[in-house]
Design a protein around this ligand. Sequence first.
Ligand code: CP
Length: 393
Amino acid sequence: MPIKRKTAPKKTKTKTLTARTDGNEAGKRHSSSKPTLFSLQSAAAILPRNTVPKFHATAPLGYVHPGSSISVTHFTVKDVDRILTEAAELEAMPASRRAQRYAKRRVALLFYESSTRTRTSFELAAKSLGADTTLVSSLSSSIEKGESLKDTGITLRSLGAECIILRHPNSGAPYLLARMTGLPVLNAGDGSHEHPSQALLDLRTILAHLPSSAKTAHNRYPRIHEKVLAGVTVTIAGDILHSRVARSNALLLPRLGARVIFCGPESLLPEYAAGIGPGVEVERNFDRALKQTNVVMMLRIQKERLAGLEIDLDDYIEQYQLHYQRLTALAPMAIVLHPGPVIRGLEITSEITDGPNSVIAEQVYHGSIIRMALLARALDSNLKRNEKASKHR
Ligand code: CP
């Protein structure tokens, strides 16, 4: 929308730090004048119709948009069933139809930590639904210059982002972003807290390998209910203390009937870890845990979170590495999961990573499907919420 200026802006001789020096006269004028309606109106004009622009609003304390995925504890069993059902529907949909579903909707990825799987699969999932995506990473944005999470989130919202996918080294950062922006926030891993989309993709991977009697005639996957994983023992081994993946899985899988065994040395697995919830046990002896296991999930040692803690790697490998002899002797039928990145030769050998029990590559595939469903949930809920808001205006 063209805006006519009634009066020319006053010229000032005062130099400011924000004045542009690239010879662009328009740039000079804007940087030396106060923010005006001009910038707000032009931003509003390019927002998608279904977005309610709220340029200054901050939600009340504790607010989390219902389309968010911050913790698996926010999902009811019914929610999990809906997400997995939606995932199966999107997976089965022709790509051309899927690409119409959220055409031109805007999704922002905000990554303060490195990532391969989560970032790429969220981005490709959004694109396959037709959405426009933008990536803001802490190493190539104004975050490097000291911009806060709050201001970065508000900037993305002002640019029309309808949901934000956030990875952050600090536990709880997605709650802050959710409150500051009022947008659905999808937690792509926050510190040692949670990684909900990882737990959901792990669940889908496990379900794909359940005996076929548990599945319906028309579906590779059973419907989700409180006993869908009854009789399944999942051993999660390694650096439990720093693992958001272990936490999200331990908070989700027992609610669906699974038994979860945490396994690792005391320095990486404090005794109190079993108190995370019912259905979770601690077993220090990896061989004893493996004997009872249908699913083994290996975790890497998170060097970036050890904070001075020293580990004797030779001793660790001796006691906790998953290798051929161990697996074939103690759990030959178990499937092997790993959230990645895999450190071959440390927590797991190449023989197992590439072997017949490994479903690590399948996990990555399920990640892209699950993330489509989480994005659909976020974008649908945003639309419903904005429709409701416009009815009351
Ligand atoms: N599983 C996982 O979070 O992997 P990335 O760190 O590569 O995203």
